[in-house]
Design a protein around this ligand. Structure first.
Ligand code: CO8
Length: 261
């Protein structure tokens, strides 16, 4: 396995730290999702590995800015590419949620949309005390993907999830901790060591019992998710081609590149 944006560091104790480093903001394009899936497949196939921690290797405090907006902006892609992009990304996410491995997200800083769903697919979330997390699709003028919203609902309950999802609001680290969207807040320089301390406890649990329990709790959901990710792009593509959607995405793209100046 080799990827210019995903690296794996195998630690004593039988777990890996997977670092995502695609400057400047870990935006997730097709190749980034493919690299994440390949890395996960490799770790799962290795019986000496029991867990994986997801971390950001970026200079700035960003876990991931989520999907690369260029993969969603219809004039810059095609329906065929979008369909592949969607299937690969959601297959990876469902596999991650259903993985036999213990999984932890070490979230430094901003964690919108695609970053949030990676974190939500993990078993445990440690977050820096300065940051924001959530599914902000509505703010971008696009509907929140069905299974992404459903997973948030499973994590924090319907009322709290609806409030965030239907406004596209990002929760601050403190709000996320209160809602149970993340498990623990730590100063950013202690993030990976805090995640490792939890991982060392998780990998001590009887792994077959953990994997079997996870399967019975999550397998149906994840199989349905993979199935739906093959149907979802057709409707989503129509939405992405609507004039209103294009305008809102264009405004978001302008806002983002304007940030720099
Ligand atoms: N995709 C592509 N480029 C991005 C993205 C992105 N998601 N986010 C930021 N960038 C670019 C900016 O345009 C900028 O580029 P340049 O330097 O060339 O001008 C560069 O990255 C740096 O960005 P900022 O200046 O904004 O950096 P900051 O450190 O100030 O802020 C943030 C970092 C907080 C991460 C900020 O960039 C941000 O909020 N980004 C957007 C996050 C976002 O809204 N992501 C949602 C993506 S949508 C998604 O994941 C799910 C889609 C579901 C599809 C459903 C279809 C129907």
């Amino acid at each position: 396995f080799y990827s210019p944006v995903v690296s794996l560091d195998i630690r004593p104790g039988g777990y890996a730290v997977l670092t995502l480093q695609k400057e400047p903001v870990n935006s997730l394009d097709l190749s980034a999702w493919q690299a994440l899936e390949a890395a996960l497949d490799q770790l799962e196939a290795d019986s000496s590995i029991s867990g994986v921690i997801f971390a950001s290797g970026l200079k700035r405090d960003v876990f991931s800015a989520g999907n690369d907006l260029m993969e969603l902006y219809a004039p810059r892609t095609t329906e065929q590419r979008y369909t592949e992009f969607w299937e690969v990304s959601n297959r990876f996410l469902a596999k991650l949620h259903n993985s036999r491995l213990s999984t932890i997200a070490a979230i430094r800083g901003a964690c919108p949309a695609g970053g949030c769903i990676i974190a939500m697919c993990c078993d445990h979330r440690v977050m820096s005390s300065q940051g924001s997390i959530g599914l902000n699709e509505v703010q971008l003028g696009i509907p929140v993907p069905k299974y992404w919203g459903m997973l948030m609902t499973r994590l924090i309950g319907q009322k709290a999830a609806d409030k965030l999802l239907l406004t596209g609001k990002l929760a601050t680290s403190q709000e996320a901790k209160q809602l149970g969207l993340v498990d623990e807040l730590v100063p950013k320089d202690q993030l990976v060591s805090a995640a490792e301390a939890v991982m060392l406890k998780l990998v001590m649990l009887p792994s077959c019992a953990v994997a079997a329990s996870k399967k019975s709790l999550r397998d149906d959901f994840c199989q349905d998710w993979i199935k739906y990710s093959k149907e979802e792009p057709a409707g989503a593509w129509k939405f992405l081609c609507q004039e209103d959607t294009l305008k809102t995405l264009e405004a978001a793209l302008q806002r983002l590149s304007g940030n720099k100046n």
